[in-house]
Design a protein around this ligand. Structure first.
Ligand SMILES: C[C@H](O)CC(=O)SCCNC(=O)CCNC(=O)[C@H](O)C(C)(C)COP(=O)(O)OP(=O)(O)OC[C@H]1O[C@@H](n2cnc3c(N)ncnc32)[C@H](O)[C@@H]1OP(=O)(O)O
Length: 721
């Protein structure tokens, strides 16, 4: 971690940031930058300055680890003073010109540092962006002020609110970049550009002083007003979007420097927000998932997976095939008859078409992807596949017979994966002798869109096979999370009490639409009843059976879904569930479902004295989510996950739990294990064992430990990993 400076015969000082892998701006780097800048300003042999990054990457921004430290201590003094002291006073207002030579990426504080320079020269295909809002903060080194001044308010607002980077080529068109040149020429051009500025052959521009791209005050206010309205809808529970827009407005109205001061003040407030704590936790937790003890740290090399067979062309199978071909992995799609096969191939084609229509890929790329999937009806093509992913219906006997056939037709190295969402892998592989290469590849629907890949290992799955599947997962742009084998694995197991808790409440007399409203206001994309409509009742019944047999002590056997099916409802599939689904319209609560719910309540007899219970919205939220936290505790206790933060990532990416709440365990810790434990205990006394606190939760609560504190040695020895 260092900053170096070399002064050439041309009088240009090249200041280089070196902090692999992304040249994050750690406090020591910031001190180094200040020191080298002061030296360059004071040396008579320096006429101009070029700032750049080592190793083909300019900078990934301020060191996010520092936010972690501040979150733990609550002490802002760990944040160095950069915006005014370094970027404005030292660089932008310095007596010698600075040029940024950018390559690879300039994100967050990295781009802000570059925007403080008097020109920016970039290598091709370099990522430029201000993704701070995705960490719950706003840019804090002047980015909210300089970006609008360089690219215009509208584009700057889009880039910041969506945390979406652009490429240097677009940056050039917008005026963010002064020239795009090859990597080889980058330093040479930047040096001569810096000298040209020093010798007044090129303009000496301070971005903060510019106003030419801001437009009139009324135009600016209109753009900000529309952005505020949109953000209220798209980011309802997060403060940073509105704050970012307020700070931009401050600069437009009172000038760039006022904007910089307000930015600094608001940045410091946001760093301590619960949103930032949650999002920073998710940032690191996601990266931690790729570190799996005894798999990624034992010197194994991933094998190359060139050809994959997918068995079953239904919704999951065709989605998985789509995800693979999109990343250039050849696929053989097997079905049992021509009709099903054609349907599967059509679904893959439709998946690709929809990406083209939405502008996410070119026609050409879609055609190329489709050319590497081959539909088959027998196993002839399986002789040289490297991996099979079985994605047929959740039927144990069928899966067992497929796996014993696979053992005969696939090569000995072939990975045998199943996409089951609930069934124990030991049962699926029971009739084979290949337990070391049997693994779960649990995708989430739609498989080519949802980012999580839950990789399920048994006690016998080999580390090589786990590593190979992790590598394929990353190649197809998923976040692989390795978990142990049990009914429902990490995600469905943790979340089975989610719909159960909602059903329980409904049978205590609480309105289902109110429950959905409370849960979506919390930040889930939809409530549990709408989710059930979306998944279809067949899934709810099949999965419910699995849980009822594995976790009989805490399964609420709700009669409701069966009654709904009997009345001809099948959720979104047939347009009739708890909600009415009509093309082009938002789902509407269906009042005609209420008598069916009443009937279900009469059968279940949960309401004390036959009367609906009275609960607050807060209680609804807790009665649905605390049982989920409780099950997450059992998942950690049994060692189904490597670490608590893996459950957080699984919940965020697999269940769309709001990332700004940090994931289910992180959220549980923010509420407090003691409170969750005493609430569950109270409800279990009133309503029965569905709410009974787990041993793990009880222990954490009584000892005053965090749920996310590492498990003890004796517990770790029981781990399934
Ligand atoms: C004041 C300022 O306005 C505030 C800021 O600048 S906040 C920071 C803004 N910057 C960002 O949000 C960028 C965050 N980083 C990223 O998006 C991605 O890491 C990247 C696009 C830079 C690189 O992606 P990729 O090549 O896939 O590598 P990735 O695995 O993500 O990161 C490599 C390592 O760098 C670390 N890293 C990346 N950016 C970092 C940062 N800004 N600070 C600290 N560490 C960082 C990662 O944690 C990871 O560490 P690990 O190897 O120990 O797990």
């Amino acid at each position: 971690m260092k900053v170096t400076m070399e002064v050439g015969n041309d009088g240009v000082a090249v200041i280089k940031i070196s902090n692999p892998p992304v040249n994050a701006l750690a406090p020591i780097i910031i001190r180094g930058l200040k020191e080298k800048y002061m030296e360059a300003m004071n040396r008579d042999d320096v006429k101009a300055i070029v700032v750049t990054g080592e190793g083909g990457r300019f900078s990934g921004g301020f060191d996010i680890n520092v936010f972690g430290t501040v979150h733990k201590s609550g002490d802002l003094s760990a944040l160095p003073s950069v915006s005014v002291d370094l970027v404005v006073n030292t660089i932008e207002d310095g007596k010698k010109p600075s040029v940024a030579a950018i390559e690879g990426l300039a994100l967050g504080g990295g781009l802000e540092l570059a925007m403080g320079c008097h020109a920016r020269i970039s290598a091709p295909r370099t990522q430029l962006g201000l993704p701070e809002l995705s960490l719950g903060i706003i840019p804090g080194f002047g980015g909210t002020q300089r970006l609008p001044r360089l690219v215009g308010i509208s584009k700057a607002v889009e880039m910041m609110l969506m945390s979406k980077p652009i490429m240097s080529e677009e940056g050039k068109k917008l005026g963010l970049i002064d020239a795009v040149v090859s990597s080889e020429e980058l330093l040479k051009v930047a040096r001569s550009w810096a000298l040209d500025i020093a010798e007044r052959r090129k303009p000496w521009i301070s971005s903060l002083q510019r106003t030419d791209k801001l437009g009139s005050l009324s135009e600016a206010r209109e753009i900000l007003k529309v952005a505020r309205q949109q953000s209220r809808k798209t980011a309802p529970n997060m403060p940073q979007h509105q704050v970012c827009l307020d700070v931009i407005e401050e600069g437009v109205v009172f000038g760039g420097y006022s904007g910089v001061l307000k930015e600094e003040k608001m940045f410091n407030e946001l760093v301590l927000s619960s949103t930032s704590k949650g999002l920073v936790h998710v940032f690191f937790a996601q990266r931690l998932t790729s570190k799996v003890p005894n798999v990624t740290d034992v010197g194994l090399k991933p094998r190359h997976i060139k050809k994959v067979a997918v068995i079953g062309g239904g919704l999951m199978g065709s989605g998985i095939a789509t995800a693979l071909i999109l990343s250039n992995i050849s696929v053989v799609l097997k079905e049992i008859n021509t009709d099903y096969l054609q349907k599967g191939m059509k679904t893959i084609e439709a998946n690709l078409r929809s990406l083209v229509t939405r502008g996410k890929m070119t026609e050409d790329k879609a055609n190329k992807a489709f050319s590497i999937v081959k539909g088959v009806l027998d196993y002839a093509e399986f002789k040289d596949v490297d991996m099979v992913i079985e994605a047929v219906i959740e039927n144990i006997a069928l899966k067992q017979s497929i796996f014993s056939e696979l053992e005969k037709v696939c090569p000995a190295h072939c990975i045998l994966a199943t996409n089951t969402s609930t069934i124990d892998l030991n049962i699926i592989g029971d009739k084979t002798t290949s337990q070391d290469r049997i693994i779960g590849a649990h995708f989430f629907s739609p498989a080519h869109v949802m980012p999580l890949l839950e990789i399920v290992r048994t006690a016998k799955t080999s580390p090589q096979v786990i590593l190979d599947l992790m590598t394929v997962g990353k190649a197809i742009k998923k976040v692989p999370v390795v978990v142990g084998n049990c009914t429902g694995f990490a995600v469905n197991r943790t979340f089975f009490p989610y719909s159960q808790g909602a059903q329980f409440l409904a049978h205590l007399g609480v309105d289902v639409f109110r429950i959905d409203r409370v849960i979506s206001n919390f930040g889930m994309p939809m409530g549990p009843f709408q989710l059930q409509d979306l998944a279809g009742y067949g899934v709810a019944m099949a999965v419910g059976k699995e849980f009822a047999s594995s976790f009989a002590d805490r399964t609420f056997r709700s009669p409701l879904v069966e009654l709904l099916v009997k009345s001809g409802r099948n959720g979104k599939n047939n347009g009739k569930g708890y909600y009415i689904y009509e093309k082009g319209n938002k789902p509407k609560p269906d009042p005609s479902v209420l008598p069916i719910i009443e009937e279900s309540r009469r059968i279940a007899k949960l309401m004390p004295g036959g009367k609906p219970v009275s609960v607050t919205d807060q209680e609804i939220l807790e009665m649905v989510l605390f049982p989920v936290v409780n099950e997450a505790c059992r998942v950690m206790d049994e060692g189904v996950v490597v670490r608590a933060s893996d459950v957080d990532i699984a919940s965020v990416l697999g269940m769309s739990f709001p990332n700004y709440r940090g994931g289910i365990v992180f959220w549980g810790d923010s509420v407090g294990s003691g409170y969750i434990y005493s609430s569950l205990k109270k409800w279990s006394e009133a309503y029965g064992s569905f709410f009974k606190p787990s041993r793990f939760l009880e222990e954490r609560a009584t000892k005053g430990l965090l749920l996310s504190d590492p498990v003890s040695k004796s517990q770790a020895s029981k781990s399934r990993l």
